[in-house]
Structure formats: C-alpha cells, structure tokens
Ligand binder design. Structure first.
Ligand code: MG
Length: 178
C-alpha cells in the first residue's frame, strides 16, 4: 500500500496557505573501504579510502537528495532508488540528485539553497570544496553561490573518530515558484 505523503504535490485547498519556502534535512553515513575511490558530491577526492555501498556511496549526494525529497514531502532516496535494485548498483549518485530535482517539477517549488556538512577525520575537504560546490550546483540547476559545503572532524571520537567511515548532514530549502 503506498505510503501517505503530506507532499507539496497535493493540490492546495482554499483554507491552506501555501508556504513560500519549505525546508528539508538529510543524513547519510557510509563505511570506508580501500577497494573503491572516494567520491563526494560527484567529485573524486584523493587522500582517503572510498565508501562501501550499493551505489557509488556518495554520502553528500545521498544526504542532499533526502533533504530535497524531505522538503518536498516526496518520500526518501530509498523509495526512489531501492538498494536491492541491480539497476542502482554502482550508480552515479549525482543521477539520484538530478532525479530528485526533476521530481520537484510537479510540486510548484524550485531548489533555493543547500548547505552540507561532511563529518570525517579524513580527507580534508578544503582543497576540493569549490569543485564539489560547482558539481552540485550543476546537478541542482542553481548557482554555486547558493551551494555551501563544509567539513568537520569528529574530534577523534566514536566511529568517525576511529576512521570507520564518514557522515553527512544536508539542509535544502525550496522556493515556491511565482
Ligand atoms: Mg547512502
């Protein structure tokens, strides 16, 4: 049975005011593996192990896809791209982000801005930050000025501190089209 969604795609009723801005949050984490290259935000990042996962395990794209789908009330990345579907094996996760953006077309909203925090002991994101912003901006169809990418360590604590993997948190706003 399809899940009920309180989505932006629902036709507005007379008594409900359509909000001009909607906000969504996304989270993702993946375990490190030495068997793959590290891809974050669609960019190959040297200097750290890659990430295990069914797709290319791009945690930035996954968190951001969920933030956009969440803002729109359109479910989540696991519904859109099931990890038991062989079509998604090693999939370029930029495609998932692009699909989430395309799914907005029926909602009356566009992506406003996004903000991403990657939590990892390695790699240092600084040298790759601008490339990631530009790659994400192209996928989102917005200017890179509206894409923020930040990196933090976990101060050596817990599973992130032990370099078992990394986590990503993303926030997205959607603006109502005029
Ligand atoms: Mg993921």
């Amino acid at each position: 049975m399809p899940r009920e969604r309180s989505g932006a795609s629902r036709p507005p009723s007379g008594s409900v005011k359509i909000p001009p801005v909607r906000v969504g949050i996304g989270y993702d984490s993946h375990r490190f593996t030495s068997r793959r290259p590290l891809i974050l935000g669609g960019v190959l990042v040297p200097g750290a192990p890659g990430l295990e996962g069914h797709s290319d395990a791009d945690a930035i794209c996954h968190a951001l896809t969920d933030a956009i789908l969440g803002a729109a009330g359109l479910g989540d990345i696991g519904e859109m791209f099931p990890d038991n579907d062989s079509a998604n094996k090693d999939r370029d996760s930029i495609q998932m982000l692009e699909a989430a953006v395309r799914s907005l077309s029926a909602t009356g909203y566009d992506v406003g801005q996004v903000d991403v925090t990657v939590i990892a002991e390695v790699p240092r994101l600084g040298p790759h930050r601008q490339a990631i912003r530009e790659r994400l901006a192209a996928a989102l169809g917005i200017d890179s000025e509206r894409v923020s990418v930040k990196g933090k360590t976990n101060e050596g604590m817990g599973w992130i501190g032990r370099n078992e993997g990394l986590a990503c948190i993303a926030v997205a706003t959607l603006n109502r089209k005029r």
